[in-house]
Design a protein around this ligand. Structure first.
Ligand SMILES: Nc1ncnc2c1ncn2[C@@H]1O[C@H](COP(=O)(O)OP(=O)(O)OP(=O)(O)O)[C@@H](O)[C@H]1O
Length: 698
């Protein structure tokens, strides 16, 4: 069933006799989920209505069972597929494994597949397809009416990521052209009426089903939409709050994990923290505290991280049984929705999330650690009690919870929109302001994105996609800055090196933090062996140029984050595949090597083409100011440029974040020295000299 050369996910591999029993067991467990009571109601609603909004508690069975109902209800006949989109790739992969193992007994091993960025595990036999929201949007570029699908399920709709919002608008358009298409929108916590109004509008009557009715409704015409509420969850989750706010959520997380381990019966613990760095620190702190506490324990406690920038084999570990041991899994919001970690009974929620926010005043995105929404907190709690009753320890008072926003603000209202605009243009939607969106984007962020796209040459002065740049970038699987740098790398013959830079930029924390001055001294000595004096970007390329990064021990000595490098290397492989296809199937991609002045200039020039909007110039007070927005900024102390970079009037940077030492100020992450002359050349190239000379003269 799987494409040659690809291995199937664990639970979808060849059938051993014992597996058959386990599948029958899983299928019988599935039939006890609360959503089963609504099976007929959902199938009937879908016969009668084009849009069905399903609201059901976490763990009621929406993500796993609805696709199965549809398969069994005949929605995959005549070569149609049912597609279910998820915000995150981990959820899409895990759901495909789970649903695959539930249905394979009846429908064959290939009935369920998944498609996520860089990994397509579907073929002509696939009937239920789990994808990420971004993949479904991309599919609509080549198949504008999504003709392969009879039903599109958009799951976890409360997340309102940018791709979901595009999908809602597209599906609304498509359903007018394809009356046979059915749309299901699912979540535990959405404003169902708002979604129904969006799809059905005032003219078409929206109908709310009686929530307790298990049977079919008898009214409404086929153009109606309908809301179905699914009551109840399989197992209860008890939520507990702190009486007083805690002063240090990392310490509080560690001590809560250890006290659960000492006092609560068996069951794994899932801890939600905002960043990968917090996770690594919290694991180290818990480990230290555990070693100091010598009292005998019934069970050994194993500490594991789970975040997006981990290599795939480490992301799988929390899902693997550890007999006679209790797992404490420290996760970001990657584990918040759709996934089931079967043995988790306890959730510890620090109540924070790291989110990008576009600051229209500064003209830059800021990564901010902020309170989660009530919807997210409830999703997190929902990870306990999936296979038995559970408990959620919230590390904040109930009064704080009540002040959390109901929902996280939609991504469209808080992030830069360059990729979004490119996608819309590639879809042929030129007047974006007229495209039907649940929340319209702000004029400021649209202008900012259009300017950036113009500056990198993706659109022309009439805002049309530039052939050979804009159209390619719309399909590139990385953000536009890196995509543009990769395209430029073909021009400069340094594709391999820019791939390394792009891959390392996708994972955070390539280097381990130095936590005190002594560590910093050691780190600086270790890092000096491979650092490039232009700063971070060429150091990334250097690390991959030198095969020694593959040695975990050596990485530790050199303060390199082995896990992050493994992940970056995975991404390198994926980007290489993409670039090879782009170059017409060539085997060897152009490479110049790192370390010779001439080749280094080529790599930095390619990067400058993509980062033309992310340039800072030193001003007379000795501080850097961004050319765009004229913000006074500092270089992040984590950037190697701050300790090792040669002085440069101009630098490029990957992104900005809040400076923890200066409230309200931005700091630049991943910085490299460039030559200001390249900016002028770039401006000349594009005949935009007037625009760029403004920057250069400042
Ligand atoms: N991998 C798994 N291992 C064990 N049980 C599972 C697994 N996946 C799902 N389940 C069972 O199926 C139940 C329903 O899961 P499902 O993901 O369909 O719920 P949901 O309603 O979509 O919840 P959420 O909104 O939290 O994603 C879980 O609570 C659990 O009991």
């Amino acid at each position: 069933m799987w494409k040659p050369g690809n291995s199937a996910p664990d639970s979808l591999r060849g059938e051993a006799p014992s597996e058959v029993n386990s599948q029958m067991f899983q299928a019988s467990l599935a039939s006890t989920l609360p959503i089963n009571v609504h099976r007929r109601q959902i199938l009937y609603a879908l016969e009668k209505h084009k849009v069905v909004v399903i609201v059901g508690e976490t763990g009621s069975g929406k993500s796993t069972q609805i696709p199965r109902f549809l398969l069994e209800g005949g929605w995959c006949e005549k070569n149609y597929q049912v597609v279910c989109s998820q915000p995150r790739r981990l959820a899409a992969v895990k759901l495909a494994e789970r649903v695959g193992s539930e249905v394979r007994f009846k429908h064959g091993a290939g009935a369920v597949g998944y498609k996520v960025r860089f990994d397509d595990q579907t073929d002509s036999q696939t009937k239920i397809k789990f994808v990420t929201d971004g993949i479904l949007v991309r599919e609509s570029l080549s198949d504008p009416l999504l003709d392969d699908y009879s039903v599109c399920i958009v799951d976890e709709a409360h997340e309102r990521n940018l791709n979901q919002d595009v999908l809602f608008g597209l599906l609304k358009k498509i359903r007018k052209r394809r009356p046979n298409l059915r749309i299901i929108v699912c979540s535990a916590t959405i404003d169902a009426e708002a979604f129904l109004n969006f799809f059905c509008g005032d003219k078409e009557k929206a109908k709310v089903e009686n929530t307790t009715l298990a049977g079919p409704s008898t009214s409404g015409d086929a153009s109606d939409g309908v809301i179905i509420s699914v009551d109840g969850r399989q197992h209860p989750v008890e939520s507990m709050y702190l009486i007083e706010p805690c002063s240090n959520y990392l310490e509080s997380s560690c001590s809560t994990v250890l006290s659960i381990h000492e006092s609560e019966p068996d069951g794994d613990i899932l801890i939600f923290l905002p960043t990968a760095d917090d996770i690594e620190r919290c694991i180290a702190m818990t480990d230290d505290m555990q070693k100091q506490n010598k009292s005998p324990k019934k069970l050994q406690l194993v500490l594991m991280p789970l975040y997006a920038a981990l290599p795939v084999h480490l992301q799988k570990m929390p899902f693997t049984p550890t007999p006679n041991k209790r797992k404490a899994i420290f996760a970001t919001s990657i584990a918040e929705t759709s996934i089931t970690l079967p043995r988790v009974k306890y959730v510890v929620d620090a109540g924070f999330v790291k989110l990008p926010f576009f600051d229209a005043d500064k003209g830059f995105e800021r990564l901010v650690v902020t309170n989660v929404s009530k919807a997210s907190a409830n999703q997190r709690a929902g990870r306990a009690g999936r296979t038995s009753p559970g408990k959620c320890y919230r590390l904040y008072p109930h009064s704080s919870f009540l002040q959390f926003p109901d929902q996280t603000p939609p991504e469209i209202s808080r992030t830069p929109l360059s990729s979004f605009i490119l996608t819309m243009k590639a879809l042929g939607i030129d007047n974006i302001m007229k495209f039907d969106l649940l929340t319209p984007p702000s004029v400021e962020s649209m202008c900012f994105a259009l300017e950036e796209l113009f500056a990198i040459g993706a659109i022309d002065e009439k805002c049309a996609l530039v052939e050979g740049v804009g159209d390619l970038l719309a399909e590139f699987p990385v953000e536009v800055k890196l995509g543009r740098s990769l395209l430029a790398a073909f021009e400069f013959g340094c594709v391999e090196e820019v791939i390394s830079v792009a891959a390392a930029s996708q994972v955070q924390n390539v280097f381990h933090y130095a936590r005190n001055p002594a560590q910093k001294q050691n780190r600086d000595a270790a890092v000096s062996e491979y650092v490039h004096n232009s700063g971070d970007h060429l150091t990334f390329a250097n690390i991959f140029d030198d095969q020694q990064w593959k040695d975990g021990n050596l990485c530790r000595e050199r303060y390199l984050n082995f896990r992050a490098l493994q992940k970056a290397n995975e991404v390198r492989g994926q980007l290489r595949g993409y670039c090879r296809r782009l170059a017409g199937g060539v085997k060897n991609l152009p490479s110049v090597g790192v370390g010779e002045e001439e080749s280094d200039v080529l790599i930095l020039k390619a990067l400058t083409k993509g980062h033309i909007f992310n340039v800072a110039k030193i001003s007379s007070d000795g501080k850097y100011r961004t050319l765009r927005g004229d913000n006074t900024v500092t270089v992040s102390p984590m950037s190697l440029y701050s300790s090792f970079g040669k002085y440069s009037e101009y630098i490029i940077f990957s992104y900005t974040e809040d400076d923890p030492r200066n409230f309200g100020q931005l700091q630049l992450v991943n910085c490299s020295a460039i030559n200001g002359q390249w900016l002028a050349e770039e401006a000349k190239d594009k005949q935009q000299k007037g625009q760029f000379s403004l920057f250069v003269q400042r």
